[in-house]
Design a protein around this ligand. Structure first.
Ligand code: 5RP
Length: 231
């Protein structure tokens, strides 16, 4: 079974969490896209929900499917956000940001009563960090910010390449909020909670891809269907 089929199994299960009249956060990425398409199908059959997308790409997809959209300004508290992840562990700590939308994704997830994560079984890990941790950084002074990231990681026993993310044309990738992303190849995040706090304390860091105590449920698609891990 392909990874996309497994992702779809998780998305089908996620639809069970979607109820009429909900205010819904829509994630970003290939798994979130499958979910958005399922929401679009239900909306076309009469489901009444209003959604806040976590990226321009998800906005455009949802809009094209006829899904009613709003913003956090108009609707600051949401019932549910459904989003993908790049890695997750048994504590439901996530690494997100492979698609570059981690900042808006975290704002929307934190504004939601519940965050449901949709994944396939390849993303479940014992130790987070094989997937490089994305850190969104303000371009001003970014060379200094990268040194500060290196230092705090080193103090916590983590080191590795810290790489500016590039677009396909070789120029720096720019997030929807106008920032850069550095992918931190630390291989094993020995103390994710301490690392998250230390990164948050660096002035040039806007946000990082560690989602801690945010997800309530992870739905994991596999070749038999989907199962869940819950906090
Ligand atoms: C985007 C994300 C995505 O949720 C994450 O990268 C997973 O993407 P995909 O569903 O394509 O595997 O965090 O910023």
């Amino acid at each position: 079974m392909s990874a996309d089929d497994k992702k779809k199994n998780a998305c089908v299960l996620a639809m069970e969490y979607v109820k009429p009249d909900m205010k819904l956060g829509l994630g970003t990425g290939s798994t979130a896209n499958i979910f958005i398409e399922l929401v679009g199908e239900q909306v076309n059959q009469g489901l009444d929900v209003v959604c806040v997308p976590t990226s321009v790409a998800s906005h455009d997809l949802a809009h094209s499917l006829g899904i009613a959209l709003t913003t956090l300004e108009q609707c600051p508290q949401l019932d549910l956000t459904v989003d993908g992840a790049d890695e997750f562990d048994d504590e439901l700590i996530l690494i997100k940001g492979g698609g570059g939308a981690l900042l808006r994704e975290k704002i929307v997830a934190k504004a939601s009563h519940t965050m449901v994560v949709i994944t396939d079984d390849s993303k479940h890990v014992d130790v987070l960090g094989k997937f490089p941790l994305p850190v969104e950084v303000i371009p001003f002074g970014e060379a200094s910010t990268v040194i500060a990231i290196e230092q705090v990681a080193g103090q916590l026993g983590m080191k590795g390449r810290i790489e500016l993310r590039k677009s396909d044309d070789g120029t720096p990738f720019i997030t929807d909020s106008g920032n850069h992303i550095y992918d931190c190849h630390f291989e094993a995040l020995k103390s994710p909670r301490q690392l998250a706090a230390a990164l948050n304390a660096i002035p040039g860091v806007v946000e990082h891809g560690l989602f801690i105590d945010i997800a309530s449920v992870v739905l994991i698609g596999n070749s038999d269907g989907a199962y869940k891990l819950q906090r």
